[in-house]
Design a protein. Structure first.
Length: 404
């Protein structure tokens, strides 16, 4: 296949393979990695390296199934915006319209559960706050405040917990917000709450809405909240980094919880998928909302989703209270389900103003660059995603391959 029609140097694209193999796989830092680069509507480069299961010597393959964790969030956000387009909700709707139990949520002042001291919020939480993570909600893994600790104790937002989606929403009604909605940015269970709102509006379970309205029509045949028995052999192992820096298995594909339907259907992090499936979702967005002869969203809605919605036009370093890579988010804003590049110079990375992206806890990532008609999908299985700077390095490698 000629690569010249893509405006990308084949020799320079091959640097992706060489770099990842030597720096990460041969060094024992990643089990394997799959990189897919598409431009002008076609796949220009696929790199499949290393193992899907180190312990059993199973090679990574192009159809390997990965836990995509927070790369679920953009799908949930798109699903919700489909309802907005139908007039079923608006971005400035109060969340309490759909979750009445949240009507009187206070803001944390002091104390610990169950004796929190709170103050009234400055304004009601709006739907836009769920989409852009300015809701005042949090994640238990933040380990930053007493509110985070309460989330951990109740296992809120944890896919291995005992609460259903509705159970999590009910439990959150008894806990304070970290801050008044719109005051700051904090990575959180906001997108899980958005999934619940989808359920309330549509009248069908969230997971069914996502499957029937988005996943199946897009032809994402390997994307789901669990891996069926006939595909179980394709699920990758997931790793962390042990005390000595070597790979440590933390989710065995033979015993993984992903082999059975979950109790908690997480719109914030529950899906498994393949690189090819996720590329279909990205290509639909890059195509202005159209795929397989159907329209999923208007081009104007995607335009709205992929501009910065942080109050005052600020970036994440100015708004974030989250323990979430603030140091690498200069020049980065947040839209309705995606991070958005505002200033490549501040980000210190090649790219384009207006490119949008996100990633998952197991170091997976994607980005879409409309100015360059470019999509990149990266899959591996190593938690946490902040272990190595592979995402930033991959940006440099891809953009250095431009030859047009």
């Amino acid at each position: 296949m000629s690569v010249s029609k893509f405006g990308l140097s084949k020799a320079r694209l091959s640097r992706i393979d060489t770099f990842i193999q030597a720096r990460y796989i041969d060094a024992g830092k990643l089990p394997g990695a799959l990189t897919m680069v598409a431009r002008r509507g076609e796949v220009a480069h696929v790199s499949v390296l290393g193992a899907a299961d180190v312990e059993r010597g199973a090679a990574l393959k192009e159809d390997t199934i990965f836990r995509i964790y927070s790369m679920t969030k953009p799908l949930t956000s798109v699903a919700f915006m489909m309802l907005v387009e139908e007039g079923a909700a608006a971005l400035d709707d109060p969340v309490e319209t759909f979750i009445p139990a949240w009507r009187d949520l206070g803001v944390f002042v002091a104390g610990a559960p169950p004796l929190f001291q709170t103050r009234p919020a400055d304004r009601p939480m709006q739907i836009v706050d769920l989409l852009r993570h300015t809701s005042g909600l949090t994640y238990g893994f933040q380990t930053r405040t007493n509110v985070d600790a309460a989330y951990r104790k109740a296992q809120l937002g944890e896919m291995g917990g005992k609460l259903t989606l509705g159970g999590m929403i009910s439990a959150l009604a008894a806990l304070p917000l970290e801050f008044s909605p719109g005051e700051a940015w904090n990575y959180s269970v906001s997108t899980d709450a958005l999934g619940y709102v989808i359920e309330v509006i549509s009248g069908i379970p969230f997971e069914e809405f996502l499957r029937t309205r988005l996943i199946e029509p897009l032809g994402m045949v390997d994307t789901a909240f669990c891996v069926p028995p006939d595909k179980a052999s394709r699920l990758a192992a997931c790793y962390g980094r042990g005390p000595d820096g070597t790979l440590a298995l933390n989710d065995d594909p033979l015993t993984s919880a992903y082999l059975a339907p979950p109790v908690f259907y997480s719109g914030g992090g529950g899906l498994v998928s393949t690189a090819a499936d996720y590329l279909k979702f990205c290509q639909m967005l890059l195509n202005g909302g159209r795929a397989n002869g159907a329209r999923f969203l208007s081009r104007k809605t995607i335009d709205l989703m992929t501009v910065n919605h942080l109050p005052g036009g600020r970036d994440l370093t100015q708004m974030s209270r989250s323990l979430f890579s603030e140091e690498t988010n200069a020049g980065i804003g947040f839209g309705l389900g995606f991070a958005v590049t505002l200033d490549p110079a501040k980000a210190l990375l090649a790219g384009s103003v207006g490119q949008y992206y996100w990633g998952g806890a197991a170091s997976t990532a994607f980005w879409i660059d409309p100015a360059e008609d470019l999509i990149v999908v990266f899959m591996t299985q190593l938690t946490p995603s902040t272990t190595y700077p592979i995402r930033r390095e991959l940006r440099t490698l891809v953009y250095s391959a431009f030859d047009d």
